[in-house]
Write a protein that binds this ligand. Structure first.
Ligand code: NAD
Length: 252
């Protein structure tokens, strides 16, 4: 894709699912990738897969809620590869499945901390490095849950609505400086996160697939394509956008 080759990308939550697929796609397009995750085995496996395919990547154990780790992630990109062009703020958790009348404060805090504060910290630390480099592109993982309400997931839904607010604000602030900031809103995608939900409620996943106009759940690679396109020069006039990739689920 235009403008990706030789760029430097950060992918958070790169040890699994959508993050792994996107790190792999960036690398196959010729970018050098800093993969971060709290899951060391998963992150190292992503890097091994990229290297086996002839790509270039580095793993850093980093928690998106830890300011020092987030700073270290940007420093790793700059020190190892000479700068920062793209960032995919993707790490996230689903949290507990409970109605709004039953949600615990600890679940609320954890989901908001990882899914929303993690994206805020990522953007804050990535922007100066991109400004230094003359521009860049950031993509944040929201969800169709950033656009619609879903039962029993109030912290998750609130966090993903918040990610869209952060995305639009940074886009308005920094697009004139050559930094485009967008969000991707996946529908239900076959990843370990969804496998966990399926274990709890197999019927719900079948119903979701049946309620999706395309007639199936998505693959992580289908989100990776959208993310790398948003970072590419082919999307040069796209900023502040919430790109929905959901097989038509949310347009019904
Ligand atoms: P996943 O569980 O397969 O991967 C998430 C990764 O994030 C894991 O490797 C995990 O270790 C990592 N992570 C969790 N907390 C972290 C932290 N504090 N710091 C760093 N890394 C951390 O899930 P996935 O489905 O690939 O989800 C990726 C993103 O996509 C999430 O933000 C999720 O909310 C979003 N999303 C997923 C779906 C879906 O259906 N799978 C739909 C919409 C949005």
């Amino acid at each position: 894709m235009n403008g990706i080759s030789d760029g430097v990308a950060i992918v958070t939550g790169g040890g699994s699912g959508i993050g792994r697929a996107t790190a792999t796609r960036f690398a196959s397009e010729g970018a050098r990738v800093v993969v971060t995750d709290v899951d060391v085995d998963g992150g190292e496996e992503t890097v091994s897969q990229i290297e086996a395919d002839g790509g270039e990547a580095t793993f850093l154990e980093a928690d998106v809620t830890d300011e020092d780790d987030v700073k270290a992630t940007v420093e790793t990109a700059v020190d190892t590869y000479g700068g920062l062009d793209f960032a995919f703020n993707n790490a996230g958790i689903e949290g507990a499945n409970e109605s709004s009348s039953q949600q615990s404060r600890s679940n609320w805090d954890q989901v908001i901390d990882i899914n929303l504060t993690g994206v805020f910290l990522g953007i804050r630390e990535q922007l100066p490095a991109m400004l230094e480099d003359g521009g860049g592109a950031i993509v944040n993982t929201a969800s169709v849950a950033g656009l619609l309400g879903f039962p029993n997931l109030s912290p998750y839904v609130a966090s993903k609505h918040g990610v869209l607010g952060l995305t639009k604000t940074a886009a308005v602030e920094f697009s004139a400086d050559g930094i485009r900031v967008n969000a991707v809103c996946p529908g239900v995608i076959e990843t370990p996160m969804v496998a966990r939900t399926r274990e709890e409620d197999p019927e719900m996943m079948e119903q979701t697939a049946a309620a999706t106009p395309i007639g199936r759940l998505g693959d992580p690679e289908e989100i990776a394509s959208a993310v790398v396109w948003l970072c590419s020069d082919d999307a040069s006039f796209v900023t502040g956008e919430s790109l929905v990739v959901d097989g038509g689920y949310s347009v019904q």
